[in-house]
Design a protein around this ligand. Structure first.
Ligand code: NAD
Length: 362
């Protein structure tokens, strides 16, 4: 039996609550003698800063370096709490972006998935999503505006200014496009390229590189769509999309829209994959508005575990079993508070995790 080292960073807000449920699921897989998981829990994010003075402390870096894969809960404090932390140590700038940079996790897989049996959770019309939603957003994760040069200062007129640059080189664009074409090859053979080349030079370069990369995938039909139009189209009829590829900030925003059309951000797991290491996290934030109440939806966190098992450890069957257990709990008439749903029995975070475990064991 194989042993895998996992760094478990539960994060802030609802993070520890949903990470507990993810751990329950890992424990079940382990108890079934499918693999051994050596989990090292470590601080990451706002609470890490409050306890150690660093939001990505040295011990956490070491645990992540040593791990075969990382499971990360959401990070971030309320605006009031965050404002008490020096800007450079605030959770995203001090922990999340450095982790993405350290492991070069350029490929962010964000499935926007709702099986037919759960289509009622979507706020979209039944005639549009009655058969469910199934698309995959591929977001470039270590370039663009979030990682470009940043400065603040006072200009010649004495006004405060901030400047950040949106930079991509052709290598960064090409490698994420290869990932997207690869996924389109495995799925329906259609790739939507999301861009803003009518305004942004970076998108002009992106599209040029895409034309070159596309020659290696003659069977893939490429469709171009401007990012603002893509936002509308996703709301009106997500069925027109299968695989979508986009740069970092566009993906950040459109994938939250993905959570919206599913019915909750709590349904959005993700994988952030680099050449040598990957980490797995729900796409959502730390939800300070509901933290500590035991009502967060752990689906995205548990789904991120399934993505880790499949992508990092090749445990495809176990991953499928988790997806099936997650969907099965909802299909049996249960829901979490964020989803509601007519006639559904609303479960708290821990009870939802227990139901998933029951299905995995049974
Ligand atoms: P958020 O995603 O935390 O919450 C938005 C809304 O969705 C809230 O109403 C919240 O209650 C709800 N929600 C999110 N996840 C849920 C879940 N699993 N179950 C039930 N409801 C859920 O976004 P926000 O409020 O803008 O940000 C809160 C904090 O999270 C901020 O500090 C932000 O910087 C941080 N953040 C972190 C990440 C990350 O760790 N990758 C991502 C996004 C935001």
């Amino acid at each position: 039996m194989k042993t895998y080292k996992i760094a478990l960073l539960s994060g802030d807000g609802i993070g520890p609550e949903i990470a507990t449920e993810a751990k329950k699921v890992l424990d079940v897989i382990q108890a079934q003698d499918k693999a051994q998981f050596e989990c090292t829990e470590a601080l990451f994010g706002g609470n890490a800063y409050l306890q150690t003075g660093k939001s990505f402390p040295r011990e956490t870096i070491e645990a992540c370096d040593a791990a075969d894969a990382i499971i990360k809960g959401p990070i971030g404090l309320s605006k009031e709490e965050s404002d008490k932390i020096p800007v450079d140590e605030q959770p995203e700038r001090g922990a999340l972006l450095p982790m993405r940079r350290r492991y070069d996790t350029f490929a962010n897989y964000r499935p926007v998935y709702l099986p037919k049996s759960l289509a009622h959770f979507s706020p979209l019309k039944t005639e549009v999503v009655g058969d469910g939603i199934d698309l995959l957003m591929i977001r470039e994760l270590v370039g663009g505006l979030y990682f470009g040069h940043k400065e603040r200062g006072i200009d010649e007129q004495g006004q405060r200014f901030a400047r950040e640059t949106l930079e991509y080189d052709e290598g960064q664009i090409s490698r994420i496009l290869h990932v997207a074409f690869g996924e389109a090859t495995k799925r329906k053979g259609i790739l939507h390229n999301v861009h803003k080349s009518n305004v942004l030079l970076s998108s002009v370069l992106w599209n040029e590189v895409l034309e070159e990369v596309a020659t290696e995938y003659p069977d893939i039909e490429v469709k171009h769509i401007i990012v603002d139009a893509a936002a509308t189209a996703l709301c009106l009829d997500p069925r027109q999309f299968d695989v979508m590829v986009m740069e970092n900030m566009m993906g950040d925003i459109l994938s939250d829209l993905g959570g919206g059309i599913l019915g909750s951000l709590g349904l959005m797991p993700s994988a952030c994959v680099g050449p040598e290491k990957a980490y797995y996290e729900p796409s959502h934030g730390s939800a300070p508005d509901i933290a500590g109440r035991g009502i967060a939806n752990p689906y995205a966190m548990i789904g991120s575990v399934a993505m880790m098992l499949e992508t990092s450890f090749g445990m495809v069957g176990e991953a499928r079993a988790i997806w099936s257990a997650l969907a099965g709990v909802f299909a049996a008439g249960f829901a979490t508070a964020d989803l509601g749903g007519e006639g559904a029995t609303v479960l708290d975070t821990a009870s939802f995790g227990d139901k998933v475990v029951e299905r995995l064991v049974g």
